[in-house]
Design a protein around this ligand. Sequence first.
Ligand SMILES: *[C@@H]1O[C@H](CO)[C@@H](O)[C@H](O)[C@H]1NC(C)=O
Ligand SMILES: *[C@@H]1O[C@H](CO)[C@@H](O)[C@H](O)[C@H]1NC(C)=O
Ligand SMILES: *[C@@H]1O[C@H](CO)[C@@H](O)[C@H](O)[C@H]1NC(C)=O
Ligand SMILES: *[C@@H]1O[C@H](CO)[C@@H](O)[C@H](O)[C@H]1NC(C)=O
Ligand SMILES: *[C@@H]1O[C@H](CO)[C@@H](O)[C@H](O)[C@H]1NC(C)=O
Ligand SMILES: *[C@@H]1O[C@H](CO)[C@@H](O)[C@H](O)[C@H]1NC(C)=O
Length: 273
Amino acid sequence: MDSPLSPSSARKEAGMFLTLIVLLSGRSQQAMASQSPQDVECILFNDEYLTCTWGSKETLTANYSLYYWYIPPRDENHTAAEECKRYLQEGGINTGCWFNHNEIIQFRPFYIHVNASHGGRSLVIPTKVMKLQDLVKPTPPVNLTIQNLSNNQLQLTWDSIYAKPHCLEYAVKYRSNQDTSWTEHLVSGKIFSFPSVDYEKYYTFYVKSKINQYCGTTQLWSEWSVPVFWGNNATDKGPAEEQAPWFWIHVVLPTASLMLFLVLVILLIRMER
Ligand SMILES: *[C@@H]1O[C@H](CO)[C@@H](O)[C@H](O)[C@H]1NC(C)=O
Ligand SMILES: *[C@@H]1O[C@H](CO)[C@@H](O)[C@H](O)[C@H]1NC(C)=O
Ligand SMILES: *[C@@H]1O[C@H](CO)[C@@H](O)[C@H](O)[C@H]1NC(C)=O
Ligand SMILES: *[C@@H]1O[C@H](CO)[C@@H](O)[C@H](O)[C@H]1NC(C)=O
Ligand SMILES: *[C@@H]1O[C@H](CO)[C@@H](O)[C@H](O)[C@H]1NC(C)=O
Ligand SMILES: *[C@@H]1O[C@H](CO)[C@@H](O)[C@H](O)[C@H]1NC(C)=O
């Protein structure tokens, strides 16, 4: 049983070694290929400005330029491709483009062409046609307010700076000082009812927003809002309650058992005498 094991395990090891080499070489080939960036990411911030970025100074080996155009409705002629007017730069290298409000047209196919010439070769970052209404990232909700309703209910309300509030949906996350993890709820309006509040706890709430399915197709959430706090902030009470069992289990109990043990040992020694 023992002897056949070693060749097979040796074979296994060799196999694993080979797999590792293949994986590693695949990685390095990928790393070499990714000298020209893989994609361009565009985000339309709160309908106010657009940025398209394609890397950082570390990842870019060439100075790329961006050209863009929209496909207009059928009866108009195509606009000529225009070059980016305001590049985002790192150390003199273009890493992205910033578009102001006048350059943004939603609900029309938006095309970009990002290219560079490098050592006599011309490089192009492949891009897909985009719809800007699907790339909106709203600003976080503001003015979070908590109302203490009767019978253990809280009501959290907030405002939004986004110009089309009917286009937003929200997520609320909250946690009390005695929870270890956050609870998150999706909400369609600017109100969240919190049904069973414990007046002894101290709660923290955050809200974020996203364009809903009626106005676009996006997974881009805003950042979380500034938090709002509510509840019993008596810091000495909460931790004291939490500390009590800990104190008993980890301090009192071991000390007591040790004392008991010592007393028994002493008794035993005396009896032996
Ligand atoms: C489109 O281009 C054609 C010729 O290229 C021109 O005659 C026509 O006026 C243009 N239409 C518009 C709406 O600019
Ligand atoms: C990259 O191109 C921009 C203009 O698109 C130019 O301002 C900048 O100087 C160029 N950087 C280098 C290192 O050539
Ligand atoms: C990049 O593309 C634009 C528009 O098609 C073209 O005018 C320009 O010459 C190209 N630049 C390079 C470096 O290939
Ligand atoms: C938020 O509250 C401040 C002060 O109460 C108010 O001036 C501001 O208009 C509110 N913002 C929104 C978006 O309602
Ligand atoms: C909230 O309301 C309840 C009763 O309606 C009251 O007992 C409690 O003290 C209130 N808490 C705060 C922080 O106002
Ligand atoms: C709650 O306690 C924290 C620190 O213990 C303090 O920074 C904060 O201002 C308190 N908040 C309220 C509403 O009393």
